[in-house]
Structures are given as C-alpha cells and as structure tokens.
Design a binder for this molecule. Structure first.
Ligand SMILES: [Zn+2]
Length: 300
C-alpha cells in the first residue's frame, strides 16, 4: 500500500491544480494486464503462433524487431496484434484515471501505441508521441499521409496461412508500390503533417499553462526512452514557477535533487495507487509481483 500521506498529498495536488499534464507509458498498460509486449503469455502466443519457437522470440517486441522474420511472417504478427488492439478490453487503470481526471483541465502525452487512452479520453486530449497502431504509413515513406487501418486489418487477418500473410495480400503504398508499415516509432516513422498536428495540441496546452499551477503526473515511464516524457517533465517543473512533479512507478520513481522540493515519488504499483486515490477497495487487485515484472532496462 502507498503511504497515506503520499496519497493525501497527491489528491490535494490534483484538486488544487489549474492544469494537469499526464505522461503515460508502458507501465500503465502493464499494470492493466497487457504484458505480452515484454513477456511470454497466452496473448503473445496467440499473436506469434509458431513464430515464437521458430525464431526463439518470447515477447512481442523481440518478435517485432527480429531481423530474420520474413515480411509475410512479420505481417501475420502485426495484423494479429492490430486486431487484438481493436478487440481487447479496456484496462482498469485507464478507467480509474478517467474517473480521477473528470472535470479537470488536463492533457495526455503518451508513448503507448496501444490506443488504450482513446478508450476513455477524447482524442483531442491525447497525443501519441510514438505513433499509434491504428494507422499505416508508406514504409519509405514516399508521401505524407497516414491511413486508418481497422477495416483492412479485419479483412487481411483472415488470409494468414501458417503464421504468414501471403505476399499478394501485403498492404502496398498507393503511390510507390512499396510495403506499408505501422505508424509507430522506427527508423522510417513518419513525422509529417498528422504527427505535427498531434504534437501542436500538446505544446499549445503546455504553453497556455506554463505560468499556472500545473501538475505533471507521470505514470509508468521507464528509463528506455526518457527523452519523450520524463526529461521534458523534469525540465518544465524545474523552470516553471508553479509546477509540481509526481511520478508513479514501481521501479523508476526517481527525482533529481534540483526539483526535490516540487516533487513526489510513489514507488508503487499504478493500479494500486489509482484505486487508493479514488478510495476504492484494493483487495481484488492481483498481488504485485515486483520480482517478475519485465526487465527494467526494457521499460519505456
Ligand atoms: Zn510509398
């Protein structure tokens, strides 16, 4: 359990804040039960099928970045993930966070590509810094456009044979004929007009609230890509006169000494912390297994 004084302080900070900037990362989804990105479980096996043993890759990201996989196999993997993202349940953490922020002036920046934030928050209050699986782009990319893929995903997933999408079904760019790719961070990630529009909403919100009493609430951000959420949050808290920083993370609740007086670290499970904040029972939560959560160096 989180110490009551920390819960009380965070609750007060949320109540008093003129603006709340939420930074949500993989820990939010992991604490909602979506662990297959980094761990071997039933969902991962459903997505990878025989490719797991064939390439000895035992979590989604290892499979996704496996250089030996053929294009057809990679597409089978990506389509099944995509379908799962459209079909799966809404994480309990996300619902609790929505309840906590109801009626507040808030904005969410996330490195998650799993679109869970869109289940409970309006799209114009969320910016996906690392892209979003619901869109495809040209892998080159030869032109500045992203394509909403739901219909195609549900169609193409039916054509997978032996954990491979036959070549003739691989989505192709309407301009150059090259392969399409998911609109998620990679060497060819398209940071075009769609991305810039997403980013502008976020920076506008930041600019508008830089002199106000602003709470930066960081949820499940690790040390793999701190440059997207963690470091900007720390910098803004350092520079903004009325900002306050809260990090909730069972492994990386770290605070630099320069902002220690304007910060609170909660080194606990996010699910548990949100329940406590809302005054909800915590006895039904699965016990948090600190030893068996995914490799901290892989957290982002
Ligand atoms: Zn193209």
């Amino acid at each position: 359990m989180v110490a009551q004084e920390k819960i009380d302080l965070l609750r007060r900070k949320i109540e008093e804040a003129d603006a709340i900037v939420v930074g949500g990362a993989s820990g939010m989804s992991a604490a909602s039960g979506f662990k297959f990105y980094y761990q071997d479980d039933e969902v991962y096996r459903m997505i990878a099928g025989s490719l797991a043993d064939k390439y000895k890759v035992y979590n989604f990201f290892d499979a996704f970045y496996c250089p030996k996989m053929t294009s057809g196999e990679k597409w089978a993997l990506m389509l099944r993930l995509n379908k799962y993202i459209y079909d799966c349940y809404t994480g309990e953490n996300y619902k609790d966070l929505a309840e906590l922020l109801e009626g507040k002036n808030y904005y969410i920046a996330t490195t998650n590509q799993d679109t869970q934030f869109y289940r409970v928050f309006p799209a114009d209050k969320v910016t996906p810094i690392q892209g979003d699986w619901r869109y495809w782009q040209c892998d080159e990319p030869c032109h500045d456009k992203v394509y909403y893929n739901k219909e195609k995903v549900f169609e193409l997933v039916n054509y997978i044979e032996n954990d491979r999408l036959p070549n003739k079904f691989i989505p192709r760019c309407p301009h150059c004929g090259g392969e399409m790719a998911p609109w998620v961070r990679s060497y060819t990630f398209l940071q075009g007009s769609f991305y810039r529009k997403e980013l502008k909403r976020y920076t506008d919100f930041l600019q508008k609230n830089s002199r106000k009493k602003t709470l930066f609430l960081e949820l499940g951000v690790g040390m793999m890509t701190p440059m997207f959420i963690k470091e900007p949050f720390m910098n803004m808290v350092y520079q903004w006169p009325n900002a306050f920083y809260v990090t909730i993370n069972p492994q990386h609740a770290y605070i630099p000494k320069e902002i220690a007086k304007k910060s609170l670290a909660i080194e606990e499970d996010i699910a548990l912390t949100l329940k406590q904040l809302l005054g909800k029972p915590t006895d039904k939560l699965e016990p948090f297994d600190r030893k068996n959560i995914f490799n901290p160096s892989r957290v982002y």
